[in-house]
Design a protein around this ligand. Structure first.
Ligand SMILES: Cc1cc2nc3c(=O)[nH]c(=O)nc-3n(C[C@H](O)[C@H](O)[C@H](O)COP(=O)(O)OP(=O)(O)OC[C@H]3O[C@@H](n4cnc5c(N)ncnc54)[C@H](O)[C@@H]3O)c2cc1C
Length: 166
């Protein structure tokens, strides 16, 4: 039998008895001290129209704000490759074969080499823009737009350019 499957119990002809019980309900002993509004739930990566994804080219966790700025400018979300989550332990959820499968209208791959396990999760994106300082990086094989350069220069320049348009 496959795991998490069970035999159905046989029906037995058992009759139940309705018992009426008098219960005294006490006043609740809880008190409302403070009410807080629920934070708006962020759109999921799978639903994002724009994703700015960061790879091992990002040197420090605090540098993520550079990529958040671009994502925010375009109304999108930031995503990560697995090493930023599993190896560096900066985040918990990554994009790719063993993580989120995404297909946004616009996907920025920033400092991402383009290994097959990552590509498997992004290949159905409409437009892929890859930014990598290595012109031979495999990500360029599937990218619609190639930017050979340093993410620390290119991404802030893109944010500034898009801000002018919006
Ligand atoms: C079973 C299995 C499942 C996996 N599943 C996933 C998965 O779901 N998702 C996933 O992402 N990975 C997955 N991996 C890991 C995968 O094999 C790769 O190791 C990973 O995707 C590489 O991540 P990366 O591109 O961030 O890093 P790297 O491969 O190290 O690439 C970093 C890139 O950044 C570039 N770079 C560095 N500095 C700069 C800079 N300043 N400016 C511009 N470019 C720069 C470099 O040229 C390089 O191309 C899996 C691995 C295994 C074994």
């Amino acid at each position: 039998m496959p795991p998490r499957t069970f035999d159905k119990l046989e029906r037995k002809d058992v009759k139940g008895e309705v018992v009426k019980v008098d219960v005294e309900v006490e006043e609740p002993r809880t008190e409302i001290l403070e009410t807080k509004e629920i934070e708006a739930v962020k759109v999921k990566l799978e639903e994002a129209k724009v994703i700015v994804a960061c790879g091992r080219g990002v040197e420090k966790k605090e540098d993520i704000k550079i990529f958040e700025e671009l994502a925010e400018t375009l109304g999108g979300l930031v995503g990560y490759t697995r090493p930023l989550c599993e190896d560096r332990r900066w985040f918990t959820e990554w994009i790719g074969l063993s993580g989120h499968y995404v297909k946004p209208a616009l996907y920025f791959a920033c400092g991402i080499s383009g290994v097959i396990q990552h590509i498997a999760g992004i290949r159905d994106s409409k437009i892929i823009v890859a930014i990598n300082k290595d012109p031979e990086a495999p990500i360029f094989e599937i990218a619609d737009y190639m930017i050979v350069g340093d993410i620390y220069e290119v991404v802030p320049a893109l944010s500034a350019a898009f801000k002018k348009l919006t």
